[in-house]
Design a binder for this molecule. Structure first.
Ligand SMILES: *Cc1c(COP(=O)(O)O)cnc(C)c1O
Length: 366
């Protein structure tokens, strides 16, 4: 019996191997290894894809988030509201910018940050909201943009899991002052190494970001601010350019897999993901809820089916963030999700037969 991997990058690589190698060869032949034409071209293509004026390629999703905060003026003494239920990078980006992450619990149905609780977490020090479009579906952006507007806060979107997802027809990443993407290999648009990007319609912000990622440099050897070295790698930009053309087709494949899972799982005891009808969900992750999650995970693993947990330990319970002083029970919905959620195998090349096998194995467990 073959193993069904949680994510398989091999099949996709083989489908684009020649084109990727030729795009990488072009970079090698040009010897423009830092920024240059490959990065420029990808930035133009990605900005057009998201429907914004500017895209600034950086070294990772984490850097995209922290540089976007710095570029909007967030720093020491400021608070930034982030979901309690997210990958730790969202909070780390706030810390890296010198500010304090203020965690807010999520909704029970979609696991997205709860706008009602956001309102209550605002203080005179709050500078920005950083919603995450978790698992590939948009957060409730109408409510969040309304709150931000009423309180004069910036919205910096963490779209690291939501390349191509929309909310009421608007692209994730294009709704706030800036949108941040990760190109970590397993993301819906993934490089063959680390990479990230900030998108924005704000010309000054984009210029600021271009300086920040490149030593604060205005022109060669003139440094306007204390920047860093966080440039999108030129070889990665070449890979991403090849993959971007296929992103919509790959997302459509994920959506079809999700529909098959959800159709077949209705009769089971696990809870399939809830889709907010205002959002398109691009299923970076297909997350179910199961009451005996750990036993189910082992049951599937014994049958050669790999799964994941996103996320097993909430941020406030991580050793790194014990300093926030938030005890167990502070974010009950997030804490419960950490015990119940299970991510099933999901990638564009997943076969229908594999989905059927996963569903049968789940039925077996009951
Ligand atoms: C992956 C991810 C990041 C960080 O991206 P890296 O490229 O790994 O630094 C940030 N936020 C979320 C929600 C993510 O899933």
């Amino acid at each position: 019996m073959d193993t069904i991997p949680f994510v398989d990058l091999r099949a996709q690589y083989h489908s684009i191997r020649d084109e990727v190698r030729s795009a990488m060869d072009d970079v090698l032949d040009s010897t423009q290894f830092i920024l240059g034409e490959a990065v420029d071209r990808f930035e133009r293509d990605f900005a057009a894809y998201v429907g914004v004026r500017h895209a600034v390629g950086v070294a990772s999703g984490l850097d995209a988030l922290s540089l976007a905060l710095q570029a909007t003026g967030v720093g020491a003494g400021d608070e930034v509201i982030v979901p309690a239920n997210t990958f730790i990078a969202t909070a780390l980006a706030v810390s890296a910018a010198g500010a304090t992450p203020v965690l807010v619990d999520c909704r029970e149905d979609t696991y997205q940050i709860d706008p009602m609780l956001v309102e209550r977490a605002i203080t005179p020090r709050t500078k920005a909201l950083m919603p995450v479009h978790l698992y590939g579906q948009a957060a409730d952006m109408n409510a969040l943009l309304g709150i931000a507007d009423a309180h004069g806060l910036d919205v910096i979107e963490d779209a690291a899991q939501a390349h191509g997802a929309t909310f009421e027809g608007r692209q994730c990443g294009a709704m706030g002052r800036a949108g941040c993407f990760s190109f970590y290999p397993g993301k819906n648009l993934g490089a063959y190494g680390d990479g990230g990007c900030v998108v924005t319609n704000d010309e000054d912000l984009a210029q600021n970001l271009r300086r920040l990622r490149n030593y604060g440099q205005r022109v060669k050897y003139e440094h306007a601010c204390k920047g860093t070295n966080s440039r999108l790698d030129s070889l990665q930009a070449a890979v991403l350019g090849v993959k971007l053309k296929r992103l919509d087709a790959w997302n459509a494949a994920r959506v079809a897999h999700a529909a098959r899972y959800s159709r077949l799982l209705v009769a089971s005891s696990v809870v399939p993901p809830v889709v907010d009808s205002r959002s398109t969900h691009v299923f970076h992750l297909y997350v179910i809820r199961a009451s005996r999650r750990d036993e189910l995970q082992k049951h599937l693993s014994d049958r050669g089916i790999q799964t994941g947990i996103h996320y097993p330990i909430p941020i406030h319970q991580q050793e790194a963030y014990l300093g926030l002083g938030q005890a167990r029970g502070c974010f009950p919905v997030t804490e419960k999700a950490a015990q119940d959620v299970l991510s099933l195998p999901m990638f564009p090349e997943l076969a229908d037969g594999d989905i059927d096998r996963v569903v049968e194995a789940i039925a077996d467990f009951e």
